[in-house]
Design a protein around this ligand. Sequence first.
Ligand code: PMV
Length: 308
Amino acid sequence: MITATTPGKVILFGEHAVVYGRPAIAVPVTQVRATASIAEGRAGNGTTILSTDLARVVHVRDAPADEPLAAIVRAALAHFNMPDPDANITVHSTIPIAGGMGSGAAVSASIVRALAQFLGRDLDAAAVSALVYEVEKLHHGTPSGIDNTVVVYARPVFFVRSQPVQTFSVRRPFTIVIGDTGVKSPTKIAVGDVRRAWEADRDRFEALFDRIGSIAGRARAAIETGEVERLGPLMDDNHALLREIDVSSDALERFVRAAKEAGASGAKLVGGGRGGNMIALADEKTREPVERALRAAGAKGAWVTSVE
Ligand code: PMV
């Protein structure tokens, strides 16, 4: 049995503005992951994919064009220029779905990697990321490409749309606590709403995106020089700007407040927003109180991860 595993991710700084060409920082979250296993299937059956989380079986041959699990298999086969093999793929993920943690991209990446191994083909990270990006378009509409990049490279990335991937070093590891509101919020909808608002008032939104992009740049400098204490206020400022572009929600506001009251030095929503997850910057002393506060505020899941 061949198995491939891909971590989840969170965007530390810069979501939404990244769609409009500003930089963003994302980091892998190895506490959650998507795994794909592949084994020989029945002769003549083609590829089937069983998603244990979605309780869904997809026959690649019969699936509609916009079915994401079939789409990633088709994209990979087209890339290899190979016919549909008789294979059974089983997918399992612990990454919350539609929660801003890159579940779609991680599932796709694991499927591509397992399939490549099964077919005896080599694929480097750039090729995996490009294939996953094609399918991200089904989830997102106009994805920036940050999700596929960070989960495939599994390293902190400073991402600017259409530019080569920049990884960077983390001088001093720091701790973030992730809280899941449990509210499923498809990125496509939030991204579409932001686009309409941008179309209605480009000057205002371009200025907001500039401020978000500048925060991402300053955060990178702080991470590279180990000035971790600067990150909390930058997270708060980034969250305030995300609220201004109207992608926060009552639950996210409650969680951010709870984390700060419990001692987090900064907190913000992550990803598309309107639901999904938020992060808080913590340290040795505050990580447990922050996690407890998030659970008390109703978090459906909470993870503590170290960025290094
Ligand atoms: O909700 P997520 O984690 O898939 O992140 C979306 C990030 C956005 O900037 C809102 C969209 C994008 O394509 O970058």
